[in-house]
Design a protein around this ligand. Structure first.
Ligand code: ADP
Ligand code: ADP
Length: 235
């Protein structure tokens, strides 16, 4: 089965406001899916619900299947869900800590302090995020002193450190310059063989360049969902 995640009849409310109508979307392994649509159409709402990040503010009804298991039900360990389904935000949000401590934060919180293990994770994930060469000599400098593009890569490494298999990205390039943006897109292409990637973007060209599947949202509804090349090449 190559379906990694799937929503079934997903409905999301903020109070009484229905922000997402019954969305039925499938996410295949080792693909990039772009979530596009106008501002306020529900892209972030949908994305954040996928790893239960919306629980405090929204009511989420319906099923969210992760490897066949409905993770939107009582008794599910949401911390484990968020470990498996990582999130990268719109604005790079490194903690006021060193680069090293940013990347290893979640592991240290879990009581992993073996320097060899942590060193290995730092090197591997910063390489995956394609920022190792730039920061390898300054791992103990504050991550908040980095440029936006580098900080965003450190945030990607931080997300990868706990070995998720789904990566959610909420407009990860919108605060970046064009060069950093295309580097970030290249990094996501390189991650694709090992992850299921779901990315919110308001940039149609980015969706067309980067994604295998596209979901088009409008007014809280997934109005179109198809292979990207079918959506972007009309007869
Ligand atoms: P998009 O990501 O496409 O810009 P959002 O998911 O942010 O759209 O927003 C969809 C709708 O839900 C909007 O009407 C927005 O105002 C509303 N909304 C988003 N977050 C909240 C929230 N925390 N509380 C109440 N309403 C929200
Ligand atoms: P974006 O659409 O780029 O995610 P927004 O400015 O819509 O950014 O949302 C920023 C934050 O405000 C998010 O956490 C979102 O959930 C929240 N938010 C958005 N709309 C509302 C709303 N109508 N009421 C309360 N919170 C909202």
């Amino acid at each position: 089965n190559d379906i990694d995640m799937q929503t079934k009849d997903l409905e999301i409310y903020y109070g009484k406001n229905l922000a997402m109508h019954h969305a039925d979307i499938q996410f295949k392994k080792n693909t990039i899916t772009a979530l596009i649509g106008p501002s306020g159409s529900g892209k972030s709402t949908f994305l954040r619900s996928l790893n239960r990040m919306n629980d405090d503010v929204a009511t989420v009804k319906g099923e969210i299947l992760y490897k066949g298991v409905n993770i939107n039900q009582p008794g599910i360990d949401v911390y484990e869900v968020r470990r498996r389904i990582g999130m990268v935000f719109q604005r790079p949000n490194p903690f006021a800590k060193s680069i090293y401590d940013n990347v290893t934060f979640a592991l240290q919180r879990r009581g992993i302090h073996d320097k060899k293990v942590l060193d290995e994770v730092v090197e591997t994930t910063l390489k995956q995020a394609a920022v190792w060469d730039q920061v390898k000599d300054s791992l103990h400098k504050s991550a908040q002193s980095l440029s936006g593009g580098q900080a965003q890569r450190v945030c990607i490494a931080r997300a990868l450190a706990v070995k998720p298999d789904v990566l959610l990205l909420d407009e990860p390039a919108s605060a970046l310059d064009p060069v950093s943006t295309s580097q970030l897109e290249q990094t996501l292409r390189e991650l694709k063989p090992n992850y299921t990637i779901i990315i919110v973007t308001h940039n149609m060209q980015q969706a067309a360049r980067l994604s295998d599947y596209t979901v088009f949202f409008n007014l809280g509804e997934a109005i179109e969902y198809n292979k990207t090349r079918k959506i972007f090449t009309r007869p």
